[in-house]
Design a protein around this ligand. Structure first.
Ligand SMILES: [Zn+2]
Length: 319
């Protein structure tokens, strides 16, 4: 008996992570290939070669792609994409067709892909209304309402990372000031740590920042905080409060079932979740919504690839 299989690819600037999954999202195989910065077809050709032996055992039901940037999930068009400038303004469904032939296809931006994966096979299972915030180098966001991803009139919905928390706050990568990303992305957290080390922080944080230099990570900071360093813990508390400010506002606007927090910075766990929950609770108006669960995402680094694969089964793409 041959099984129907899905292929999901999360395309980053340097590498493309892929999964081969069944129709329920259970991963049969995973891996990654280098991204060709100039050619979606070449990149997908590498994925096709890498997954050939697995796909030979089943029927390829469809291919889902996740990319950072502005995407039109209906037509397959990729617009502005900071990680993939050489792919901008191209049609990725055409690339899928060229490499895989006549299969169903889906496209989402990377955070929406991850959110959809969590909805179907992770921490948001069974919830039709979800918000996801991904705390990585920057901060990404996605919104799912009634089981459908919210893409917006100009395909720009879900930019939770650029909600302005303080118009006089630190400069953000987008050119604005005081965006959530400037506080809760790893770049923002590490900047806050270096500023504290240059200011009035104690020897624990000062020594860590000096020893690690440009290699300093949020994981280093979390380890120091867990070991009892109050300055390091304070950096996460401030980021968690800003996150909670955003989350509380989002709960007031959307009243979702759950808020999911993913990405590498979320590995800091309670250091960031606890102040986030406390701040959000104080902002939420409806008594019944004050305990809206704010939970870690479950699928980890494969979330966007799994979600992109599952999107193939959830949308009327590739007639
Ligand atoms: Zn910004």
């Amino acid at each position: 008996m041959t099984a129907d299989l899905l292929l999901g690819v999360d395309v980053g600037g340097t590498g493309a992570k892929y999964v081969v999954a069944d129709l329920a999202g259970a991963v049969r195989a995973e891996g990654d290939v280098p991204t060709d910065p100039a050619s979606p077809e070449t990149t997908l050709g590498r994925v096709a070669r890498a997954t050939g032996p697995v796909l030979d055992g089943g029927r390829l039901h469809g291919v889902g792609l996740a990319c950072a940037g502005i995407v039109n999930p209906l037509t397959g068009w990729l617009g502005r994409s900071p990680n993939l400038p050489g792919w901008e303004d191209s049609n990725l469904f055409a690339a899928v067709d060229a490499v895989f032939g006549n299969v169903r296809r889906a496209l989402a931006n990377d955070v929406n892909g991850a959110l959809y994966g969590e909805f179907r096979a992770g921490a948001g299972r069974g919830c039709a209304d979800l918000v996801m915030i991904a705390l990585g180098t920057g901060v990404g966001g996605g919104v799912l309402l009634g089981g459908e991803l919210l893409v917006g009139t100009h395909f720009g919905a879900g930019e939770i990372g650029h909600m302005v928390m303080d118009p006089h706050g630190p400069v953000c990568t987008c050119g604005g000031r005081g965006c959530l990303e400037a506080y809760a992305g790893s770049v923002g957290l590490l900047r806050a740590a270096r500023e504290a080390a240059a200011g009035d922080a104690g020897p624990g944080l000062r020594d860590l920042v000096a020893a690690r230099g440009v290699a300093l990570t949020t994981r280093d900071l979390a380890r120091l905080a867990v070991a009892g360093d109050e300055d390091a813990a304070g950096i996460f508390t401030l980021a968690g409060r800003r996150l909670g400010q955003a989350v509380g506002n989002l709960i007031n606007v959307l009243d979702p079932d759950r808020i999911l927090i993913g990405g590498g910075v979320a590995q800091a766990g309670d250091l960031i979740f606890e102040p986030c929950r406390r701040t959000a609770r104080a902002i939420v108006l409806a008594a019944e919504a004050k305990d809206t669960p704010i939970l870690p995402a479950e699928l980890g680094p494969l979330a966007a690839a799994v979600g992109a694969a599952l999107l193939v089964t959830g949308e009327a793409s590739g007639e």
